[in-house]
Structures are given as structure tokens and as C-alpha cells.
Design a protein around this ligand. Structure first.
Ligand code: BEZ
Length: 210
């Protein structure tokens, strides 16, 4: 069954390269990026996990834990891990779940029959500290994901959780933002100072300090 934004991310226990975890206990109070890859010892996946390892300081700075999953067994994850370090330049520094029984992959709807075989597609779940699903992405097996985009979304979610604003197309941290339609222009001026009204429903304000 598909999982929706705002729903609780289902809990599970699973074997990982860092030992057995209870997912909710493992992330306890942190944000998490939970992402699937089709198979170990494959080129696109090696670059994706290498990039995630290289970006670990960026995830840490935002209070985000990362965890990957595939339907390969734990021995394959352990054997493949050095390749991830070789290719990405940083040793594997986050857990990979072994899901040969496909229990967790099916719980998160990560196996799409139209995508060739019974391995997982490239799913991404961004999950907040309250275990709510805040973003889902599904990429085909042939297309590697953009992990800078995942960081950008986390920045936008963390900002829009703290202030009544939304982020426009192609927003980058530090750019101006859009005042929430729930806030009157007078209230926005009182709160943010500068507000530029382009349309009654489109009002810009500089990036708020939160
Ligand atoms: C890859 O990671 O390179 C890959 C895995 C499964 C299908 C296609 C590509």
C-alpha cells in the first residue's frame, strides 16, 4: 500500500551493516533519509551510496540520519562496502539494511513490478523527528538521484516548519521566500519587515532568520 505525506513512517526491525535496529528507536528524535537501491555491486548504486557517505557532515549538521536498503543479504552489503569507499572517497558511514525477504521493501512499496525484476526501485523517504513522512521520491533503476536536492528539500522543510513561509521554484538556502497565504500582508510586515506584494497571493520576503 502506498504511503502518503503526513502519515507515520511504519516501524520495523531489520538486520543492517551496523547490527539489528528498531527503525523508530534508531532514528529517535532525528530526521531521517531512508532510501532504497536496486542491488549491491552495481554502478549507479555505488555512486549514490558513495555520495551519501561523502555528504554525511551535511546531513549531521541538519540533524539527519541516513539509512539505505536493498533486497541483498548482509554478506553482500559487507563485501560491497569497500567499493563504496573507493568510489565515493569516504568510507561507508551509515547503515544499509539487508532485506532478502523483502519485508521492509514491501512495507514501503519499494518494489515496482513494471521496473524489470523484484529488486527495489530508487525510493526516498524524508521522515521528520515525529516519524511523519515529509517527502517521497521514486526514481527508476537507470537514473541516479541528486543528493544535493535531498539536502535542499531538508533545508526547505526545516525552514517552513519554523516560519509561515513557502519556498519557490528552484529555491536555494538564503534566497527570498514566499509568505504563507494564511498570513495577512499586515501581519507579514509586522513579522518579517520587508514584504513585496507581486500579486495578492504572491508576496516575497527575504530569507527569515529562524
Ligand atoms: C545500477 O545501480 O547501476 C543499476 C542497478 C539496477 C539496474 C540498473 C542499474
Amino acid at each position: 500500500m502506498a504511503l502518503h505525506l503526513g502519515e507515520e513512517a511504519p516501524n520495523f526491525t531489520a538486520e543492517t551493516t551496523d547490527g539489528t535496529i528498531d527503525f523508530h528507536d534508531w532514528k529517535s528524535g532525528s530526521w531521517a533519509v531512508f532510501f532504497s537501491h536496486p542491488a549491491d555491486y552495481t554502478p549507479v548504486c555505488t555512486t549514490e551510496l558513495g555520495k551519501t557517505a561523502a555528504l554525511q557532515a551535511e546531513f549531521d549538521a541538519r540533524g539527519v540520519k541516513t539509512i539505505a536498503i536493498s533486497v541483498d543479504p548482509i554478506e553482500d552489503h559487507r563485501g560491497w562496502a569497500p567499493d563504496i569507499g573507493d568510489v565515493g572517497g569516504t568510507d561507508l558511514n551509515f547503515p544499509i539494511i539487508a532485506d532478502p525477504g523483502k519485508r521492509v521493501s514491501e512495507l514501503y512499496d519499494m518494489i515496482h513490478p513494471g521496473e524489470g525484476d523484484t529488486s527495489s526501485v530508487r525510493s526516498v523517504f524524508i521522515i521528520d523527528p515525529n516519524n511523519k513522512i515529509r517527502l517521497t521520491l521514486t526514481y527508476p533503476k537507470s537514473v541516479g538521484r541528486n543528493f544535493d536536492e535531498i539536502l535542499r528539500v531538508i533545508d526547505a522543510l526545516q525552514l517552513t516548519d519554523k516560519a509561515p513561509v513557502a519556498t519557490p521554484a528552484d529555491w536555494q538556502p538564503g534566497d527570498r521566500v514566499i509568505v504563507s497565504t494564511m498570513v495577512s500582508t499586515d501581519d507579514a510586515k509586522a513579522r518579517f519587515g520587508l514584504v513585496e506584494e507581486v500579486k495578492p497571493y504572491l508576496r516575497w520576503t527575504p530569507a527569515p532568520k529562524v
